[in-house]
Structure formats: C-alpha cells, structure tokens
Design a protein around this ligand. Structure first.
Ligand code: SF4
Ligand code: FES
Length: 254
C-alpha cells in the first residue's frame, strides 16, 4: 500500500448560518496520505482547527460507504468531485496531486438552503417523497409477491432506479437546479413493478407538482445530472416519468 503524502491548499466555503453571506476561507491540509478518503482528509483538517481553538468545517456524512446519501459537496466545481459514479466519501486523495488547490463548496440550489458551511437542508426531497414516494394499495403478503410475474428487464430497470441514494448531486449539477433525475428514479422504481402501477399516474402528477412548488427547475436536457450522479441513474427515467405525467393529464380530462 502506498504511503505517499501530499500537501494541499483548500478554499473552503464557510457560512455561519442560512442568513450569513458566507466566504471562501483558505486552509492547509498537510501530510495527507493518498490512501485517505476525501472526508478523512477533512477530518484531519478539522482536528487541526479544533486543536487551534478554531471552528471545524461542518459537513454531513454517515455510512462513508457510498450508500446513505448524506455526504456531498462541490469539489472544484464538480458535484462529489472528479471521479464518475463516486460519492464524496468514496473519493480518494490519490486523485489529487501534491500542491493542488481544491475548492470545496456546498451543493447549491434555491430549494437547498445552506445550514452551515457544507451542510445543506435537503428536506425538500422528503417533502416530494411524502407526496407519493410509496405504495398505499394492498400488495398482499410475501407469497403473493413471489407469485407475481415480473420481466427480468423491468426488474433490472427498477433495481437500477432504486439505487438512488437521495444525495442531491443531480440538483447541484443542473444549471436549472432541477430535481427531475431524483424524482424520476423514485417514480420509476415503483412504476416498473406491478405493485406500483395502480397509483402510477397520480403519483407522478403529485410528486412533480410538489417539486415545482418547492422551487426546483425544469429539465432542459443538459444531462449534467446523469454525469454527476454517483449511482449512475439514467435520464431514461425522466422520459418514463414524463410519460406517466402525460397519462395523468389525460386521466384528469376523462
Ligand atoms: S439521482 Fe443520483 S445524484 Fe440525484 S439524488 Fe439520486 S443518487 Fe443522488
Ligand atoms: S456518507 Fe453515506 S454515501 Fe457518503
């Protein structure tokens, strides 16, 4: 295992609260092992700040295994940093060189307020889920579910969509701050299965309306969301969501 260490200059967004203007602080990360993760590097910086009686950088994390969706920041302008399909907690310092300057900023969108430094309020995602990100019809017990035939293709597409961890990188990467990749993943993983179909169109309509009301933008096919997504969620899900939405419009007219 490599034990090479690097020294970095960090330009970190510091903001004391939602109403604070915020600023970029210059900090130094010294003797950072290339085997460390990005968050471990921030831990070291924070330890040093604390030892000097200074406020550590606030950032979110939980699993540090790329599965919970808590971490995330813009690293040199890219959501979750430079590696594709990689969350910030799974990004390693071997992707940086000695002497690099790294800009670290929070995910930004009108619907995501900065709480402190790199910590943002993603409760807007929860509000969208509350409008339909669940199945309320009776789907029977486990033996019934096993007796329901589902094509391999739909099972695979549904599982792919269910990989969304709700991190918000898609919103931060989109020039319109659209949440369509997130919402379409949540809609797709249900509509592709028989249990999700009875409420499909109403669900799409309710979740999309909530997304609009919360201040997320529309999709203009930039595909930045797909490029930034650490779970490889495809924009094909957005097309599927839009088809469900159109169906809901026709249902309303009947
Ligand atoms: S679609 Fe991808 S980027 Fe967006 S919230 Fe889900 S996992 Fe994160
Ligand atoms: S801390 Fe859980 S995905 Fe990064």
């Amino acid at each position: 295992m490599s034990t090479q260490t690097i020294n970095l200059k960090l330009k970190v967004w510091r903001q004391d609260g939602p109403s604070d203007k915020g600023r970029l602080d210059t900090l130094h990360a010294k003797n950072i092992s290339k085997d460390m993760s990005f968050l471990e590097m921030l831990d070291i910086v924070n330890e040093n700040l604390s030892k000097r009686g200074l406020e550590p950088i606030a950032f979110d994390s939980d699993c540090r295994e790329g599965i919970c969706g808590m971490c995330g920041a813009m690293v040199n302008g890219q959501a979750h940093g430079p590696e594709s399909e990689t969350t910030l907690c799974q990004l390693h310092m071997r992707h940086f060189d000695d002497g690099d300057t790294i800009y670290i900023e929070p995910f930004r969108a009108r619907a995501f307020k900065v709480i402190k430094d790199l910590v943002i309020d993603r409760s807007a995602f929860d509000q969208i889920i509350q409008k339909g990100g669940f199945i309320s019809v009776n789907t029977g017990g486990a033996p019934d579910a096993n007796a329901t035939p589902i094509s391999q293709e739909n099972a695979n597409l549904s599982m792919d969509a269910a990989a969304c961890i709700g991190c918000g990188a898609c919103v931060a990467a989109c020039p319109n701050a659209s949440a369509m990749l997130f919402v379409s993943a949540k809609i797709s993983h249900m509509v592709l299965l028989p249990q999700g179909q009875p409420e499909a169109s109403q669900r799409a309509s309710n979740m999309i309306c909530e997304m609009d009301q919360l201040g997320f933008g529309n999709c203009s096919n930039e595909r930045e969301c797909e490029a930034a997504c650490p779970k490889g969620i495809s924009i094909g899900n957005i097309a599927r969501m839009n088809r469900e939405f159109v169906k809901s419009v026709f249902l309303d007219r009947e």
